[in-house]
Design a protein around this ligand. Structure first.
Ligand SMILES: [Zn+2]
Ligand SMILES: [Zn+2]
Length: 104
């Protein structure tokens, strides 16, 4: 089949190998997917940052607020476990109710 070879096929025709182009919509979809992947990654990064902030905040708050009412400072230590987790108001209630440390 001499006509199929690329090269000069006729005196005014140049036959080149036929390189199929991907349909443009597939390329568009690929670009959209890539853009979506990037924005999702950004959201994920933001989410991770927010979560880290929230954890840090929670730790700060948890460090000195009563675990029951979350408004008073922890000022009662349970003996013998040594847990400092309640304010005196909640400690009275908890101890009267359960007679044990809520953290244990
Ligand atoms: Zn309390
Ligand atoms: Zn305890």
């Amino acid at each position: 089949m001499p006509g199929m070879a690329h090269g000069r096929a006729a005196h005014n025709t140049y036959l080149v190998p036929n390189t199929p182009q991907p349909p443009s919509d597939i390329e568009q979809i690929a670009q959209q997917l890539e853009a979506e992947r990037l924005s999702r990654q950004q959201l994920l990064d933001q989410h991770t940052t927010l979560q880290a902030d929230r954890d840090r905040l929670a730790q700060l708050v948890a460090a000195d607020e009563c675990i029951i009412c979350c408004t008073e400072s922890k000022d009662m230590v349970f003996v013998p476990c040594g847990h400092l987790c309640l304010c005196h108001v909640c400690a009275d209630v908890i101890v009267a109710d359960t007679n044990r440390c809520p953290t244990c």
